[in-house]
Design a protein around this ligand. Structure first.
Ligand code: SF4
Length: 221
């Protein structure tokens, strides 16, 4: 169990899954985490059951920008949308009749990615909600603005374990103030931190490899 002051930002899992070094540069070296903690520490004290219910459509309650956290994972953040579907297999919600199942929904502007970073983020949200609301959440969804498609995400045991392992690793690096070294890869071309990352200084990459990759990137080879 983590204390509040140790909480990391939940959405950092996307960066960590994309590149551990990118996450460390953003959240350890640039210290963005401190600001996030201050804001989220305040949000944490709001009552998640009551504070954010904004819409009711028949048997569906929709909560937007719901603050979430998990002491077990040591993270806090926010859900874009949490849907509460009226169902006998659900949990009671304060101020509302009946029982409800819980479905986190993450909104992304783009299209589905080839990797599982979005699934990891929404699974991390589900683990927080399960801990906060004492319920089971078997699935969630990611809505992609570009394709206007909603993709169902099953929270399998494997996905849950991956989320838990990643946050454990992030906490370890954060405590140690450790920025992992990684090899330059094709992903680096799309990385917003490539200019400050300077993986050319990483001994695992030769200067020749770096120059070759830059020439390819600029179409000069
Ligand atoms: S440039 Fe590459 S190695 Fe550096 S942070 Fe970005 S993705 Fe990671």
């Amino acid at each position: 169990m983590y204390d509040e002051e140790e909480f990391l930002q939940l959405s950092g899992i996307q960066h960590f899954a994309f590149c551990r070094r990118q996450w460390a540069l953003a959240y350890i070296e640039l210290q963005w985490q401190e600001n996030v903690r201050t804001v989220e520490g305040r949000l944490l004290h709001e009552n998640a059951h009551d504070a954010g219910i904004k819409e009711k459509r028949g048997d569906l309650l929709i909560v937007r920008a719901m603050p979430i956290h998990s002491r077990e994972l040591g993270v806090s953040g926010e859900c874009d949308v949490v849907e509460f579907h009226r169902s006998e297999s659900g949990i009671p919600i304060s101020g509302h009749e009946g029982k409800y199942t819980v479905v986190p929904v993450e909104y992304k502007r783009g299209r589905p990615k080839a990797n599982d970073v979005d699934a990891l983020q929404v699974a991390a949200q589900a683990l927080c909600l399960e801990e906060m609301l004492c319920c089971d959440i078997p699935y969630g969804a990611v809505y992609y603005g570009e394709t206007r498609h909603r993709e169902k995400i099953e929270f399998t045991k494997e996905l849950r374990c991956k989320v838990q392992d990643m946050f454990a690793e992030m906490h370890k690096y954060y405590r140690q103030g450790y920025t992992p070294k990684v090899k330059w890869s094709k992903s680096c071309n799309a990385c917003s931190l490539k200019d400050i990352c300077l993986p050319v200084l990483n001994k695992s990459l030769s200067v020749k490899d770096y120059i070759d990759s830059k020439m390819k990137e600029e179409g000069t080879e």
